[in-house]
Design a protein around this ligand. Structure first.
Ligand code: ZN
Length: 275
């Protein structure tokens, strides 16, 4: 594979480029060739430099607050010169409420200030490499289920089946996890009641520490193993670094709550329809 060439650009009136220099160095450490335009480039100059330097991707950073006008102008300039195939990635100080607008205007992705330089580098590699099978651009498909820790499924069930009128789809024991689970269908998702089978169960410990309640959110994904590897590579704290067997013939992997605002997230891969 030819070397990846990246143009790092600072449009507008920002007086600081320490961030851009840090990013440039980080991408070089990942084996990329980085061309840095320097400060205060116009959108036209940036597009021109990208075309002249024949880069694969443009990274633009803005701290000045003018990103909503400057970033889309770069896209326009590229369009004008038949170079709209060069993806533009944004970063810097971008308020989250501006991100949908920028994506709509054709910015491929916006990295917020909390993103690591490794995440950026890996994103670029995936973007330019095997994009089709990439897990980077595929969000989890839906909420597979929400797990609720209960002391006793038999005692809890009536509220869900008789009052909420949810359909009970399956009850099973997962001996490896020392847990009994009940799946209740709700639209395209499920509620999963989890009852500890013994004191070794993590659900037992959860109830002891926090009482009954929401225990985890499960997100349905493809390519679980590849995804766990990718998250690991990006420094996401994981409980499982490879898939394990879950309820319902599923493969599951848990992300550490520290990575997700204290929410335990289960990645759930299932090849049958429904459950
Ligand atoms: Zn679950």
């Amino acid at each position: 594979m030819a070397n990846t060439r990246v143009l790092i650009a600072k449009p507008g009136l920002d007086g600081h480029d320490r961030g851009a220099l840090v990013i440039s160095q980080a991408l070089r450490d990942h084996g990329m060739e980085v061309i840095y335009t320097g400060l205060r480039q116009s959108p036209a100059q940036i597009a021109q430099a990208a075309i002249q330097e024949d880069v694969d991707v443009i990274g633009v950073s803005s701290l000045s607050g003018a990103h909503n006008s400057l970033f889309p102008k770069i896209i326009e300039e590229l369009d004008k010169h038949d170079a709209s195939d060069i993806p533009v990635i944004g970063g810097g100080v971008i308020p989250s409420e501006d991100i949908p607008y920028l994506l709509e205007k054709g910015i491929k992705k916006v990295f917020t200030s909390g993103a690591s330089t490794d995440a950026l580098a890996n994103y670029i590699k995936e973007l330019l490499g095997h994009q089709d099978e990439s897990v980077v651009n595929t969000a989890p498909k839906k909420i597979a289920h929400i797990g609720i820790a209960v002391k006793n499924i038999e005692e809890s069930l009536s509220f869900y089946t008789d009052i909420l009128n949810l359909e009970l789809k399956a009850v099973e024991k997962v001996e490896s996890e020392s847990v009994k689970v009940a799946f209740l269908k709700i639209g395209e998702s499920m509620l999963e009641l989890l009852e500890p089978l013994n004191e070794k169960s993590t659900i037992h410990r959860f109830i002891q520490n926090k009482g009954e309640g929401v225990h985890h959110i499960a997100l349905e994904v493809d390519n679980l193993e590849e995804r766990l590897n990718y998250y690991k590579k990006n420094g996401v704290r994981l409980i499982d670094t490879s898939p394990r067997v879950g309820a319902n013939n599923s493969q599951v992997g848990f992300i550490h709550p520290k990575a997700a605002n204290s929410v335990l997230i289960e990645l759930y891969e299932h090849d049958e329809e429904n459950v």
